[in-house]
Ligand binder design. Structure first.
Ligand SMILES: Nc1ncnc2c1ncn2[C@@H]1O[C@H](COP(=O)(O)OP(=O)(O)OP(=O)(O)O)[C@@H](O)[C@H]1O
Length: 253
């Protein structure tokens, strides 16, 4: 449904153009969960912004249902590492605020209220709609951010390390919640993470971004959820990914 074709990302530094990523292509399928990994600075966040239409590539194009994506798109939502909730709005109002987008302008109040209730229910925050961000834990705030992104029913969710600020237990719970929530909304997802176990837990496909000539590596995972990442199968996959990272990036990995 989303196609990235021959993407090049470069930035100006000290008057010269520095290419971060070149000739990257990706076809994201319906309800597919793609996880992007790679060392710091390889261009993961930049790529996610480009896939979302938040940033223009220097070459190539993004197509969603065969239409070019050149600006933020109502069918694509973004979840950041920081929940970025508005402190003067309660959880329900923060979620409703996410629906304040061109495509939803004609929605009636009852429709918005129903979408907010469904989102709150799905992220398991029933009873917390009237709570303000200051009264929510980090995990709860990130659930509100997830609900805000999904209430407007995007087809694709872009997730930039959304769980990395959470403690280990909350993070594990959130991984399952993320899978359940995305399945409920029948969305696809592209997520950036540094955590290989998280990638193994969530992904249908893991892509290792590589900015040199060896090209990007990918692994297809067909195992059902929940997954036991301590099983022999996953330990072998994990070892293969780490080995590939070391070969591609040496000391950086
Ligand atoms: N707006 C910008 N202007 C100039 N350089 C930038 C800009 N954004 C990113 N960069 C540079 O591009 C490179 C890739 O950055 P990006 O944040 O996409 O990488 P990343 O793989 O997500 O890194 P990390 O894992 O550390 O978050 C880095 O060297 C960064 O300094």
């Amino acid at each position: 449904m989303l196609h990235a074709e021959h993407i090049r990302i470069s930035y100006q530094r000290d008057g010269t153009e520095r290419t971060i990523l070149d000739d990257f292509s990706l076809s994201l399928h319906e309800q597919e969960f793609v996880v992007i990994i790679g060392p710091s600075g390889v261009g993961k966040s930049s790529l996610l912004r480009i896939l979302s239409g938040l940033q223009a590539p220097q070459a190539g194009q993004i197509l969603l249902k065969n239409q070019p994506v050149t600006q933020p798109h109502p069918d694509i939502s973004f979840v950041f590492q920081d929940p970025n909730l508005l402190p003067w709005l309660n959880a329900s109002q923060n979620i409703a605020y996410g629906m304040n987008f061109k495509r939803h302008k004609n929605r009636s109040r009852p429709e918005i209220d129903a979408a907010v209730s469904e989102a709150i229910e799905t992220v398991k925050l029933r009873g917390f709609g009237s709570h303000y961000p200051a009264d929510l834990s980090g995990g709860m705030a990130q659930r509100v951010a997830l609900a805000r992104s999904l209430a407007r029913r995007p087809r694709i969710l872009m997730l930039d390390e959304p769980l990395s600020a959470l403690d280990e237990i909350t993070r594990t719970q959130m991984q399952q919640l993320l899978l359940d929530t995305i399945a409920h909304y029948r969305a696809s997802a592209v997520m950036v993470t540094h955590d290989i176990d998280e990638a193994l837990t969530l992904a249908d496909r893991i892509i290792l971004l590589d900015n040199n000539a060896t090209g990007h590596r990918q692994w297809q995972l067909n195992q059902a959820h929940p997954r036991d990442v301590a099983s022999t199968e996953f330990l072998q996959l994990r070892a293969d990914i780490i080995h590939t990272l070391r070969n591609a990036f040496g000391a950086l990995a």
